[in-house]
Design a protein around this ligand. Structure first.
Ligand code: PHE
Length: 378
């Protein structure tokens, strides 16, 4: 059987026996929600960008990457489950939809950029429910320092600055050691350097979390650090925030594997990276109850958000707005009905379901009748 090629972002790609990307997924690729003005994901992206104001920002890299770039370049083992066709979307054997923004680490470090952010759509095959979606958005951030006494002085100064901000705020941080036997320093690293960099990573992210979740609270913000494992960082950490009575995991992070920097041709540096899920955070900040709402093209969703501000989402009907024209009239010989009398009849019958009642015209033939149109019901 000859398989048909696929057209993605105006280019044609061959398919093969492992192709598993579906039309519903392909339709999401051009959307780039994180770049749509006034979309909650782009508002959140800009708030984080504002926090890391001296970082270079990338946000239009293609989601099509080789499995080599998504996995091998980042030291994923050959039998890692994420590589399987049941977990990831493949265009063909040599091309897939990135599963995380870390896929661009070697590429961006290769541009010799020390401090950068990268926002992108990422794709993972997943179950169907209100908090999972096969396309979501991540923001990757990274910061490199000279692996010298001078470079470490810079880290220490930044650590002191961040510590003083955090000390003055209403945040309770449940920390773990920067390194341990199960979360080790890399063999090529000076352990003092690695600890200072891990500390900088934690302080920097704690202050971002404070910026995102800290305002207008009556109780202290609770954050906890958890030992983690990623093939491309060591030591590695996850962060959870206590919100709505639950601990929510919002990001993965760690000290960048030296082999990643070697592949990018970066020498004499040490640094950290993080990757955070934008939907998770936006759902909390904007009180958006279902991850599928981010894809809504409905004005009732989109019109609720405005650049730069966090507002509380107001739920609306699952069903599309539907306009109905209904006319009403009164008998010719009746005493003329006042508009407000008519509105009270409507209110008694339909309550707040009717959004708008307008008098369009009083006809000459039947002066006492009124015609009402555009009653909108959800
Ligand atoms: N890419 C990881 C994920 O998607 C997150 C991560 C980014 C972890 C950078 C460490 C460093 O889960």
């Amino acid at each position: 059987v000859r398989l048909k090629p696929l057209v993605i972002l105006d280019k044609q790609y061959p398919t093969d026996e492992i192709t598993n990307v579906t039309p519903a997924i392909l339709a999401k690729i051009p959307m780039r929600l994180h770049n749509q003005a006034n979309h909650p994901l782009s508002i959140l992206k800009m708030i984080i960008q504002g926090h890391y104001s001296d970082f270079i920002h990338h946000s239009s890299l293609s989601p099509l990457v080789t499995p080599f770039k998504n996995f091998d370049e980042l030291s994923f083992p050959t039998d890692h489950p994420g590589r399987s066709v049941t977990d990831s979307y493949y265009i063909n054997k040599n091309l897939m939809l990135r599963t995380h923004t870390s896929a661009h680490e070697v590429e961006v470090f290769g541009k010799k950029e020390d401090k950068w952010l990268l926002t992108a759509d990422v794709y993972r095959r997943d179950e169907i429910d209100g908090s999972h979606y096969p396309v979501f958005h991540q923001m990757e951030g990274a910061s490199l320092f000279d692996a010298t006494a001078e470079g470490m002085k810079e880290v220490e100064a930044d650590n002191a600055r961040l510590e003083s901000i955090l000390k003055q705020s209403n945040i309770v941080i449940d920390d773990i050691p920067h390194v341990s036997s199960t979360n080790p320093v890399q063999s090529s690293h000076d352990s003092v350097h690695a600890e200072l960099v891990a500390k900088n990573l934690k302080l920097s992210l704690n202050s971002l979390i404070l910026r995102l979740f800290g305002s207008g609270r009556s109780t202290p913000l609770r954050v906890r650090w958890i030992e983690a494992y990623f093939p491309f960082t060591s030591p590695s950490f996850e962060v959870e925030v206590f919100f709505g009575g639950k601990w929510l995991e919002i990001l993965g992070s760690g000290v960048v594997l030296q082999s990643t920097l070697d592949k990018a041709g970066v020498q004499g540096k040490i640094g950290w990276a993080f990757g955070l899920g934008l939907e998770r955070i936006a759902m909390i900040l904007f009180s958006i109850p279902d991850i599928r709402l981010f894809w809504s093209q409905d004005e009732r969703f989109l019109s609720q958000f405005n650049c730069g501000i966090i507002t509380t989402f107001k739920p609306y009907s699952k069903f599309p707005a539907c306009f109905k024209d209904i006319s009403f009239w009164t008998a010719q010989d009746a005493t003329p009905l006042h508009d407000n009398d008519f509105c009270d009849v409507v209110r008694d019958v339909a309550g707040d379901l009717v959004e708008d009642v307008k008098l369009v015209k009083k006809t000459a033939i039947v002066p006492s009748s009124s015609e009402v149109t555009n009653t909108r019901a959800d």
